[in-house]
Design a protein around this ligand. Structure first.
Ligand code: AMP
Ligand code: ZN
Length: 465
């Protein structure tokens, strides 16, 4: 079976053939660390986490690089507003970003390069671009000369005339030959952080960092480059112009993959629109596994609509898989020869779905179909412990890709047990304030209490146990 990706470069589904057999060089545009990440960012990073894990599942050795934009107009703005320096702001939000990645079970990248650690390579690349006639200096700033790159606009499918009238490539007000040329190096302004360069003190423009970093950590040509759809133009178009312009090698990237947005009521979740939910706020209400399932239940390149209703639906769907897994423990029915055939069939269809541009919704449908076939057999005692083991093995294997399943019921910890008892005691003493305090504390720990006529019942946030 061959893996195929829908490649933004060609707008075609193409067989995946890496530069080096068995190895994948993968780069994903990371965040600008100016504030906490929201769940729109999480959508993109979970999608690429699963793409990376699937490549590993198929036996590839993946080198995964994600940049952290720690020098940017937006960070400087935040820093000035708070009367702090840029470094303080970027370090604070880098920590928060890693905390969130960790909470969401997103595997670490091999390298997280920062702009502040890549200045030398950035200056080298700008120098090369200047030598090759792709860049020019004006009053201490350096610009990319778009007209020097014949293919400019081809990747993003825009004509230069459209760009002139429609999209603004660069919002900077620096003096440049053409309004479309974008800044590679920006001359320092009062109160801004800066570095020495052949053009005087200044700092890099945004686009150049990804070209310099992917070259530094993965080489001049790479296999996969990812980001959300909004980065196709101008960011990724500019990366191509910079990388191919400086190395002279085409293509800079073999497969460009882009995620759809996470939307709220049809609008992109973003800080500027104010319709965003930060990662910890979602984790307060939903189990991480349910969040991962939700993010993957739509194809990575399609938009995904976030609502309480769609989250609840995802939570309940995952619960069906989870219940099935738990029901496979303690089985001792009769050996059923048909199980292995059903399993082989499901495995094949699962791989076909994933090979088809990582079609996770189709892969999930295969899992539900298998569950539907096996559930009645469990009820009728028609599967053996050996059968159950092989089915469980399959789910364990695929969980190395999705990481949203549990295989053992967690025992309620002594601490939680004693908190529940304390709350009961407080209620009996009519100390409702204390009782509510304990209920909230348990909620934070992921335990939901329900007071029923038969007494207090509890469950975890995703409804387990
Ligand atoms: P930023 O920090 O805004 O540069 O974003 C970092 C990455 O997250 C980029 O690849 C963005 O395109 C992506 N991103 C931002 N908002 C969303 C969203 N609502 N849905 C999906 N991806 C997003
Ligand atoms: Zn980038």
């Amino acid at each position: 079976m061959t893996l195929r990706f829908n490649n933004t470069l060609t707008r075609k589904k193409q067989e995946f053939k890496p530069i080096e057999q068995g190895r994948v060089r993968m780069y994903v545009c990371g965040p600008t660390v100016q504030g906490p990440a929201h769940i729109g960012h999480a959508r993109t990073y979970i999608a690429f986490d699963v793409i990376r894990r699937y490549l590993e599942f198929k036996g590839y050795e993946v080198r995964y690089v994600m940049n952290l934009t720690d020098v940017h107009d937006d960070i400087i703005k935040v820093a000035n507003k708070e009367n702090k320096d840029m470094k303080e702001i970027s370090e604070k939000f880098t920590k928060i970003f890693f905390r969130d990645l960790n909470a969401l079970k997103i595997k670490s990248a091999d390298v997280y390069p920062k702009v502040t650690e890549t200045i030398e390579e950035i200056i080298d690349m700008i120098n090369t671009l200047q030598e090759k006639g792709h860049a020019y200096e004006k009053d201490g700033s350096v610009y990319y000369k778009i007209s020097s790159f014949a293919d400019y606009g081809k990747f993003a499918r825009i004509k230069l005339d459209d760009a002139k009238t429609g999209t603004r490539i660069d919002t900077d007000k620096y003096d440049k030959d053409s309004p479309m040329d974008f800044a590679l190096w920006k001359k320092v302004k009062p109160g801004e952080p800066s570095w020495d360069s052949p053009w005087g003190k200044g700092r890099p423009g945004w686009h150049i960092e990804c070209s310099a970093m992917s070259c530094k950590h993965l080489g001049e040509q790479i296999d996969i480059h990812g980001g959300a759809r909004d980065l196709i133009f101008p960011h990724h178009q500019n990366e191509i112009a910079q990388s191919e312009g400086s190395t002279g090698k085409k293509p800079f990237v073999r497969y460009w993959l882009h995620t759809g947005f996470l939307n709220v009521n049809g609008e992109k979740m973003s800080k500027s629109l104010g319709n965003y939910i930060e990662v910890p706020d979602l984790i307060k209400d939903y189990d991480i596994n349910a969040i991962r399932f939700f993010m993957l239940s739509t194809h990575y390149s399609s938009p995904i609509d976030f609502s309480k209703k769609s989250m609840e639906f995802a939570k309940n769907s995952l619960q069906r898989i989870q219940n099935f897994i738990f029901s496979l423990n303690n089985i001792d029915g009769l050996e059923n020869e048909k199980i292995s055939q059903k399993l082989e069939d499901a495995k094949e269809r699962f791989m076909q779905a994933m090979d088809d541009d990582i079609n996770t919704p189709r892969a999930f449908a295969v899992l539900f179909d298998l569950i539907k076939k096996i559930n009645p057999l469990i009820k009728e005692n028609k599967i053996s412990s050996q059968n159950a083991k092989t089915v469980l093995e399959f789910f364990k294997e695929i969980n190395s890709i999705f990481d949203f399943l549990e295989f053992e019921k967690q025992e309620i910890s002594k601490e939680i047990e004693s908190l529940i008892q304390k709350r009961e005691q407080a209620r009996q003493n009519k100390n409702y304030q204390e009782a509510d305090k304990i209920r909230d504390e348990l909620k934070r720990k992921g335990i939901i209490l329900e007071d029923t006529p038969e007494g207090v019942k509890w469950k975890t946030r995703n409804g387990l146990f």
